[in-house]
Design a protein around this ligand. Structure first.
Ligand code: FAD
Ligand code: NAI
Length: 476
């Protein structure tokens, strides 16, 4: 029977990174994963993120942005391209090639770091002295391996909507939404969260009529509301996305005609029939097949594996990370927890600060933030100062043809320490890193204001917002 120091179950961004870090630290490591490629005929490492999440969605966002730019923006640069055509199947083919390249890259990284990659479903069987027994089930062919430490990184799956079943033909989850080879004439989306906005943007840019139905009365409730309001205006008024808030779904019917959704807004009954419907109402932890109950692995009331601040479960030497535990369901959070757990097993003292995890929504303009929102600071009774600056007069943004958006810096009224940075604008997915770094180093807004920022760059808007905290913006 093979014995390991560390066995990781799941090779998403949490699990594969944990396995690599454990191997780097000198542990004999194996990583078990049950993921298969799109054709279903070969193992595919990388989990949700690489196969049906972060990476493919960003590929489609880029393709659709290029199409939109060629159609609507090139002319003002003096570029005439004649009639611009869009081939959805080609866009999906490009996306698939990126996925294949990156999932293959993990296989290579495992070989390079001497991580043993095992295909199949992993489950906890019990203890043999100090060791955990883990079963690997490769389509019925079962093997038992043993490990001192087990890291569970089994991720998440789409939250089902009781009103309708996903068939990934007409009613789509993230997997289906990332694989449409024809542009739907009319696309419905349930949920105006991250997937709804990113996927809604992709298909709107390439010609679909898109209607997003959101249960909450507030748009992007977790984001700073000044930024959320600006985003709502751009998405609905300028880009033509229809976003209905405060929706109560009554009935959904999937027939040959399409998918008919009956719902209410403000007590008014409405009905829409769509060619395709994306259901993106959040994700739930995936613990299926782990044998959690039999070995006494505790979960919370929402089904997440219970862990302490260091990702220990209630079982000795069993750890859990990523989407299957509390905290934001983000790839970088999963990876950083993976590194931290491997280092803890090695006796190190890593620290992961949940308050400095960045959030990004890859719409156009992009939305990104780190730290507390104004609403949170008010609710917590923390006195703060704020500085804002816009992209409207930023030379780089004007050159890019993307001079829209705002950066807001929130700092403690007493100490000036940066408490939050909120952005909507071009490439703010990259700019937010400066906010993260500032917060990690306990910077004050004055620190950001005194740092030299290259000209002309988008980062000058963050510089101006930091200056504005002390009411000394130079271009405001
Ligand atoms: P996962 O990536 O879900 O990986 C879990 C792995 O475990 C899978 O390979 C699964 O097959 C395997 N597994 C499960 N059970 C078993 C078992 N019993 N035995 C063996 N293997 C098992 N996050 C971002 O930070 N940025 C983004 O831009 C972003 N975009 C997204 C877009 C979409 C459409 C979606 C759906 C998600 C997106 N996310 C994004 C979220 C991100 O994908 C997740 O937070 C991340 O993948 C979680 O990583 P994980 O390792 O915890 O789990
Ligand atoms: P989400 O949590 O972002 O949004 C779900 C939305 O659906 C919420 O606004 C919620 O109020 C709404 N909703 C819930 N039930 C509803 C109902 N019955 N009717 C109408 N609306 C309803 O979840 P989403 O978009 O499914 O994404 C899942 C997770 O994947 C995200 O939370 C995020 O962690 C991750 N993700 C991250 C991305 C990024 O970092 N750029 C991109 C895409 C996904």
């Amino acid at each position: 029977m093979s014995q390991f120091d560390v066995v990781v179950i799941g090779a998403g961004p949490g699990g594969y990174i944990a396995a690599i870090r454990a191997a780097q630290l000198g542990f004999k490591t194996a990583c078990i994963d049950a993921g298969v490629n799109k054709a279903g005929d070969a193992p595919a490492l990388g989990g949700t993120c690489l196969n049906v999440g972060c990476i493919p969605s960003k590929a489609l966002l880029q393709s659709s942005e290029h199409f939109h730019a060629a159609k609507h923006d090139f002319a003002e640069h003096g570029i005439t391209v004649g009639s611009v055509k869009f081939d959805a199947a080609k866009m999906i083919e490009r996306k698939d090639a990126i996925v294949t390249k990156l999932t293959g890259g993990i296989k290579f990284l495992f070989q390079k770091n001497k991580v043993e990659s095992l295909f199949g479903k992993g489950s906890l069987k019990g203890r043999n002295g100090d060791l955990w027994q883990v079963e690997v089930d490769d389509k019925g062919k079962k093997t038992i391996i043993e490990a001192k430490h087990v890291i569970i990184a089994t991720g998440s799956i789409p939250r089902p909507l009781p009103l309708i079943e996903i068939d990934n033909v007409n009613v789509l989850d993230n997997e289906g939404a990332l694989n449409l080879t024809k542009v739907p004439k009319k696309l419905g989306v349930i949920g105006s969260g991250v997937i709804g906005l990113e996927m809604g943007s992709v298909w709107k840019r390439v010609g679909s009529e898109v209607i997003i139905l959101e249960a909450l009365p507030t748009f992007l409730a977790a984001a700073d509301q000044q930024i959320a309001k600006e985003a709502f205006k751009v998405f609905t008024k300028e880009q033509g996305l229809v976003i209905e808030l405060g929706v109560k779904l009554n009935e959904i019917k999937n027939s040959k005609k399409g998918v008919t959704v009956s719902y209410e807004v403000d007590g008014q009954a409405k009905e829409e029939t769509f060619d395709k419907l994306i259901v993106s109402i959040g994700r739930i932890p995936n613990t299926e097949g782990l044998n959690a109950e039999a070995v006494g692995l505790e979960k919370d009331e929402r089904g997440f594996i219970k862990v302490d601040a260091e990702c220990h479960t209630n079982l000795p030497n069993v750890w859990a990370i990523g989407d299957v535990v509390r905290g934001p369901m983000l790839a970088h959070k999963a990876s950083d927890e993976g590194v931290a757990v491997a280092e803890r097993i090695a006796g190190q003292k890593p620290h992961l600060d949940f308050n400095t995890i960045p959030f990004v929504i890859y719409t156009d303009p992009e939305i990104a933030w780190v730290g507390k929102t104004e609403e949170q600071l008010k609710a917590e009774g923390i006195e703060y100062k704020k500085g804002t600056s816009g992209f409207g007069a930023n030379g780089r943004a004007l050159g890019l043809g993307k001079a829209k958006g705002t950066v807001k810096v929130l700092a403690c009224a007493k100490t000036d320490r940066v408490l939050g940075v909120h952005m909507i604008g071009p490439m703010v997915s990259e700019l937010v890193a400066e906010g993260v770094m500032s917060m990690e180093f306990s910077a004050s807004s004055e620190d950001i204001a005194r740092i030299v920022h290259a000209h002309p760059t988008l980062s000058e808007v963050l510089h101006e917002a930091a200056l504005a905290v002390d009411k000394r913006a130079l271009h405001g």
